[in-house]
Structures are given as structure tokens and as C-alpha cells.
Ligand binder design. Structure first.
Ligand code: 4AD
Ligand code: MG
Length: 433
């Protein structure tokens, strides 16, 4: 009878049984008569105890030369041990080396970030990196489950686009055959609006691109955004949806990824405080608060990263800032009828200083005003004719938002920088590996 191969994260189901683990050697120490190997298999890390008598002289000697990241199959008996990480260890009866690994470049000593980034394809094997990527996986699935359970239809939007959605300064041009320039999408929103007129409630979820020339800890040039859009919706509906999405994502990660958050030493009481309703504040009030806090804030300008940090440190739950000056927001935003210089928009700022995770609002639904806006923003109207059609054929109040996945993962994991939240971050000076 062959021995079953098991995953380390399910080892508890196999106490007392003979099993095999297929993985890589993470590290190793010896005390003369016993080797302690830490083996990882992607699902977890496991201590393997290897005594000379259990595996025989030859294998025992060979094990003394195993180097970091050697791939190997280890056989043994699962033993419960309260002292072991995870509560179990494997008492080895034998092993086979699958692939050698010589001079693995990432050792347990400290390495600089650039060094690690250049070796990102290997760095992702580290326990901290796998924990973050598992949280990301949970966030993505929580987002999908949320929208699917709320009756939203997934309708994907194109990545090659003919025009800007979020301002012309951060477009990535691509040669599209001989004589056309296409741009990598900055946001699926405009197509999402068309999809909402067809399907009611929709979402798109994919990579988006911004040629952000600034080197900040919050900006990637390629990031993942989920964007819901609803027909017959106003700003209030948009904010309510954002609140429910964020709370459900946080609750899901707390529930399913407690071990990863613990490894990352995340203070989860901060995440447990994320409950609806979120505090709301207009841009004018936010501006006043910033000045009170001694920030050199210029009323009428957009909130900068530091402003967002200061604001979001004031609250335990995410903060919804609404009614920004229309002048600092995108062309498609509807103005507040009560105060036409303000946009019916919302930015959700994550607490603890993490800054903007969501941007959205109610869309301009009037044809003539939209045409004027396109002119004011010096956008090519021909490229937007299809978008204008949505206002020609049965226009309705509608709105939605975009939530950046890497920003959310950064906040939930409590990280300094976005770069660890995606397997291969793309930034101003970084496109390798
Ligand atoms: O606020 P933004 O620019 O909004 C839009 O793109 C809208 N069209 C979305 C919509 O209404 N459908 O971007 C939305 C979110 C931000 O709140 C942030 O979380 C994330 O996308 N984001 C970035 N994340 C990483 N790197 C960047 N360079 C980002 N730019 C925006
Ligand atoms: Mg924004």
C-alpha cells in the first residue's frame, strides 16, 4: 500500500498515520543524533524530526548536507507535539531528494528590499510573503462572493482602450497594429456603466494600469481593481454598498486567515472594530479638520497622501469623505444640485493611516452637461460617442466605485508598502522579474 501524500495545513487530520510530504527544505539544524528539518509545501511549514535509527546511517548522513530550498519528499509518522509549531511534527522514516538547490540567494539573514525585489520570484517562498499572498487570495474571493451573493453580474471590461478614464497624465500607450494608439485601461468604469444599463448591477475585476511617475508606498503602475456599478443608484446607495463590501471582506479575512494575520503580527482588534455605518465627512469638514491638525492644507485642492493619513488616523472605522470640489475630480462625476461646485463622490479612507482604498460616486447622467465636461477636460469627444449614447438612450441615475485590492491587502495585513501585496509588483523603476 502506498503512503498518502498530505498537505501540511491538514496534518492534524493524520495524527499517528504514516504519510509523505512533498516540499522544499526551509531550514535545518542538527544535534548530533537528530536532524530537525523544517519543510514547507506551500500550504504550511512542518518540523521533521530525523533520528539516525529511524532512517539509517546513510540517509542520516545525506540529510546533513541538504541545503536550503532542496526539493524533497519526506516520509514519516505524524506525531502530535504541543511544542511544535502547528501542534504536529513528522517523525521521519525516509526521504528522497527531487531537485538540488545550491547557494540559495535568500538566506535567513537580513537582505535589503532591492535585493529581495530583484529576486521576487524566490522571495515569494518566504513565510511572510506566502502569508500576505494568502490574505490577498482571501480578499479576492471575499470580494467575488460578496458581489455574487448580492446579485451583481460579472461583466469584464477591456484592457486595450481607445481613451482615458482617469485623466490623460497616467496613460500607458500601446501600439495597436499599424496606425492606432491604444491605452492600457486605467479603470473599467465607463464600460461598466454601459454594462449596468444592460444588466442592472454589474462588476468588473481585473488589472488596471496607471503611469504613476511618483514613487510612493501606495502606488503601483499595475494594480487590481474591483469595480461595481449600479443602475438606478445615487451616492447614498454607493456609500452603503462600499461599507458592506469592506466590512464583509474584513470579517472574512479575520475568520479564514487568522493564522496568517497572527504571523504578520497584525493587531486584529483594529480590524474587528470595522463595523457599519462608517463615519462620513464632507470634503469641507475634512479640510477644516486638517487645518485644525496643523496640516498645510490648501482648501480646494485634492487630498494628498499625508492628508489622507492624518484623516484616517482619527477614526477606528474607515472614513467616507464626500463632496470633493468637482474641479479636482474626474469628468464623469455628477455635481451636487445643491452646490454645483461639489461632486457627488466618495473616497473611503482606511483607518490607521492607510489612506484611500475606494473611490467612486454618482455619475453624470445628463447628455448636454457631459458633452460640456468632455470639452472642458479637453478629451476627444469622438472617442466618447459610445459613452454619450448611454445618456441618449434611456439615461438613469447610476453610480459605483473602484476598490484597489493591493491597498486593501496592505491595510488588512498592516504593511508599510504596497509592493508585497502582489506577486510581481510593477512600479516606476521596477519591471523585473
Ligand atoms: O480613485 P480611483 O482613481 O477611481 C477610479 O478609477 C474610478 N473610475 C473607479 C470607479 O468609480 N469605478 O481608483 C480607485 C481605487 C483607489 O481608491 C485605490 O484603492 C486604487 O484604485 N488605486 C491604486 N492602487 C494602487 N496603485 C495605484 N496607482 C492606484 N490608483 C488607484
Ligand atoms: Mg481616487
Amino acid at each position: 500500500m502506498s503512503i498518502p501524500t498530505i498537505s501540511i495545513h491538514r496534518i492534524g487530520e493524520h495524527a499517528g498515520q504514516d504519510v509523505q510530504i512533498k516540499g522544499w527544505l526551509h531550514n535545518r539544524r542538527s544535534s548530533g543524533k537528530i536532524h530537525f528539518l523544517v519543510v514547507r509545501d506551500g500550504t504550511g511549514f512542518l518540523q521533521v524530526v530525523m533520528g539516525k535509527n529511524d532512517v539509517g546511517e546513510e540517509a542520516f548522513k545525506a540529510a546533513d548536507h541538504l541545503s536550503q530550498e532542496t526539493s524533497l519528499v519526506v516520509r514519516g509518522n505524524v506525531r502530535a507535539d504541543a511544542r511544535a509549531k502547528g501542534g504536529y511534527e513528522l517523525v521521519a522514516s525516509g526521504f528522497d531528494v527531487v531537485g538540488q538547490s545550491h547557494d540559495y540567494p535568500i538566506t535567513p539573514k537580513e537582505h535589503g528590499v532591492d535585493y529581495l525585489m530583484d529576486r521576487r520570484h524566490l522571495w515569494i517562498r518566504a513565510e511572510r510573503q506566502t502569508a500576505i499572498l494568502k490574505v490577498r487570495h482571501e480578499v479576492v474571493n471575499a470580494v467575488r462572493d460578496f458581489f455574487n451573493s448580492e446579485g451583481f453580474i460579472l461583466a469584464d471590461t477591456p484592457i486595450f482602450t481607445p481613451a482615458a478614464c482617469e485623466g490623460t497624465t497616467t496613460l500607458f500607450p500601446v501600439q495597436y497594429f499599424d496606425d492606432t494608439t491604444a491605452y492600457l485601461t486605467q479603470s473599467g468604469q465607463l464600460y461598466n456603466e454601459a454594462n449596468a444599463m444592460a444588466l442592472g448591477k454589474v462588476y468588473c475585476f481585473g488589472p488596471t494600469f496607471r503611469a504613476e511617475k511618483s514613487k510612493t508606498r501606495r502606488h503601483l503602475t499595475e494594480f487590481w481593481m474591483v469595480e461595481p456599478e449600479m443602475a438606478y443608484a445615487d451616492l447614498n446607495d454607493v456609500i452603503n454598498l462600499a461599507e458592506r463590501l469592506v466590512t464583509s471582506v474584513v470579517a472574512r479575512v479575520l475568520d479564514k486567515r487568522a493564522a496568517e494575520l497572527k504571523f504578520l503580527e497584525r493587531d486584529t482588534t483594529k480590524l474587528e472594530a470595522v463595523k457599519t455605518p462608517f463615519p462620513r465627512m464632507t470634503y469641507d469638514d475634512a479640510a477644516r479638520l486638517l487645518v485644525e491638525k496643523g496640516m498645510p492644507f490648501q482648501h480646494g485642492t485634492d487630498l494628498g497622501g499625508t492628508d489622507e493619513t492624518v484623516l484616517s488616523q482619527q477614526f477606528d472605522a474607515p472614513l467616507c469623505v464626500t463632496h470633493y470640489p468637482a474641479a479636482v475630480k474626474a469628468f464623469y462625476m455628477k455635481s451636487d444640485p445643491q452646490q454645483p461646485d461639489k461632486a457627488l463622490c466618495v473616497d473611503v479612507l482606511a483607518p490607521e493611516g492607510y489612506g484611500e482604498i475606494i473611490g467612486g460616486g454618482q455619475r453624470l447622467d445628463d447628455l448636454d452637461i457631459l458633452i460640456q465636461r468632455i470639452k472642458d477636460h479637453e478629451l476627444p469627444q469622438e472617442a466618447f460617442e459610445w459613452y454619450l449614447d448611454l445618456r441618449r438612450y434611456g439615461t438613469v441615475p447610476h453610480g459605483g466605485f473602484g476598490m484597489g485590492i493591493e491597498r486593501v491587502v496592505t491595510w488588512i495585513c498592516g504593511l508599510e508598502h504596497l509592493r508585497e501585496t502582489i506577486p510581481y509588483p510593477r512600479m516606476l523603476y521596477r519591471i523585473y522579474p
